[in-house]
Design a protein around this ligand. Sequence first.
Ligand code: SF4
Ligand code: SF4
Length: 250
Amino acid sequence: MAKWGMVIDLEKCVGCQACTIACGMENTRLPGEHWQDVIFFQEGEYPNTEIKWFPRPCMHCENPSCVAVCPVRATYKSEDGQVLIDWERCIGCKYCMIACPYGVRFYTEEKARYGGPNMKDVFPSNDAHSWNPPWRMPQEDWKHGVGVQPHDVVSKCTFCYHRVSKAPKGTVDLDPQNPATREFTPACVVTCPTGARFFGDLANPDSEVNKQIAYKNGVRLLDHLGNKPQVYYLTGEGGSVPATRSIKKI
Ligand code: SF4
Ligand code: SF4
């Protein structure tokens, strides 16, 4: 069994948001319903301020507070350490959204849309739970929160479960530069033009993610909360990762 984790090097990240778009296309997200935002924020006091940013996927916490509060066990952890949502069980109560300290869960009916018609009205379905757009992922899989998101459920980044779960057992690094592992690598990692993202097995000391974390002092977002994220940031000299939730978003 693997323990999948991600490393994001903030010294390499240029804030282009290609990861956001790649994630949206890979996971059939609608405009304004991104699972992987890049957060821009202001550091310092005027006039000595600096604009910083960091990409924010689900942290796939080792100790996920979202799982602990779900009253119907729709949110769960896979054997390989991914935190997933079973859309067949989810009742849309949103407890998990409140419990998650990272703000990475979405109840799409509440998200602002960018103009245009509501696509869920344009492509209705015969039942109250789903809707029926003409585009679908070939890997549609509600048990793992993969596919066109139905009505009245919560969703979030799956660490591209539909790709990663097909990697041969024993794979240590999912490297987009390696033709043997590229197809199993999360879409954001494949797309990142600066190679700022790494994905691999945190349980294997020889994995590239562990090497990056060790050599470059990887840190976790809001680590004092005890969720133990499986996403690490490399901040180096030029990067930054907010230590509190009271950052000024811009
Ligand atoms: S694609 Fe890479 S460089 Fe661009 S915002 Fe995402 S992590 Fe940063
Ligand atoms: S970041 Fe939030 S949604 Fe993701 S596993 Fe952690 S608590 Fe759950």
